[in-house]
Design a protein around this ligand. Structure first.
Ligand code: ZN
Length: 77
């Protein structure tokens, strides 16, 4: 079972990281996870996911990287 990649989130099932590099970068920045060794932005593997909690349910239309508390909203595009 793969857990959500967002720090402190214990949900599972969700969206895999996009194949598009630029979009993946936006997700990586948005979830603010850092590699514990390098202290650089954590790099997702091909099986890593982000659960539904971090997506804006209403629309996916704009790139949306708002962070409010633990909430991170991502765009699929
Ligand atoms: Zn999550």
């Amino acid at each position: 079972m793969k857990y959500c990649s967002v720090p402190n989130c214990r949900s599972y099932t969700g969206h895999k990281f996009p194949k598009d590099y630029a979009l993946t970068m936006k997700w990586r920045v948005a979830i603010r996870r850092e590699d514990s060794k390098t202290k650089e932005l954590w790099n997702p593997g091909s099986e890593d996911i982000v659960c539904h909690n971090h997506f804006n349910k209403n629309d996916y239309k704009d790139t949306l990287l708002a962070c409010t508390g633990n909430e991170v909203f991502l765009s699929k595009r």
